[in-house]
Ligand binder design. Structure first.
Ligand code: OAD
Length: 223
């Protein structure tokens, strides 16, 4: 089958082999912290120092990791595919961008950006943020609306292939994309069956650095 419009959703599993921890594979803790403490507006109001320290560390950690074969394969797909490729990522790391993906929506925000607490202005951020300052991490926390949802929905409506990679499919709205794209062919690429596996037309299980390049090769060879 020849496709014209691909939407790809990625989660933290695609960055695991680059050395970044996933969210739910470590006893429900994210780098040793409960999500309510570091990924909610209430947690930030309660203890801004802890939350800033946490994201400052995550931002600094990006300097120690690099894109892996799965990130690179998706950038290659976007470059070579004859139709459109939209990459929607739940990841706040910058590994897709560094791999060369251009048409990308980081729906849960970006570690390398900051948001002004009063004006909501968004700006690049390379530095550690100061808890006494007026900037917060540009991260979508639980209870907040993910970014660019209407653009994502529009693309899902038009898609003829939806691929979900390295996500447990437990966090909405991203976990619902497979249903929104049910008119399209749907494929899951994940280490193990996710919570939504049975919703997909096809599922391939294995390490992202192996199964993603192989799947991209298959797609680019289809006439
Ligand atoms: P999870 O930790 O929930 O899921 C990671 C998935 O990646 C699991 O299904 C693993 O089996 C799979 N995985 C692990 N290593 C892999 C590998 N080497 N190759 C392929 N797959 C692998 O992370 P997400 O689904 O990304 O939201 O979590 C979704 C959202 O929950 C995050 O964006 C974050 C979090 O709370 C916000 O911060 C708003």
């Amino acid at each position: 089958m020849t496709y014209n419009s691909i939407v790809i959703l990625t989660g933290s599993g695609i960055s695991a082999e680059s050395g970044l921890k996933t969210f739910r594979d470590n006893g429900g803790l994210w780098e040793g912290h409960a999500m309510e403490d570091v990924a909610t507006p209430e947690g930030f109001a309660r203890d801004p120092e802890l939350v800033h320290k946490f994201y400052n560390e995550r931002r600094a950690q990006l300097k120690t990791v690099k894109p892996n074969a799965a990130h690179l394969a998706l950038a290659f797909l976007e470059e070579r595919f004859h139709g459109s490729v939209l990459l929607v990522t739940q990841n706040v790391d910058n590994l897709h961008q560094r791999a060369g993906s251009k048409n990308i929506i980081p729906m849960h925000g970006e570690l390398k950006k900051k948001r002004h607490i009063h004006t909501s202005e968004v700006a690049d951020c390379d530095e550690a943020l100061d808890p006494k300052g007026l900037w917060r991490p540009h991260i979508v926390w639980f209870g907040e609306m993910p970014l660019e949802m209407s653009r994502i929905s529009e693309a899902l409506q038009k898609a003829d292939l939806f691929i979900s990679i390295g996500t447990s499919s437990t966090v909405y709205p991203a976990a619902g994309f497979v249903t929104e794209a049910s008119h399209a062919d749907t494929v899951e690429l994940n280490l193990e069956p996710s919570h939504a596996s049975i919703m997909f037309d096809r599922a391939i299980h294995g390490k992202a650095t192996e199964i993603v390049p192989a799947f991209v090769k298959e797609l680019l060879e289809e006439k």
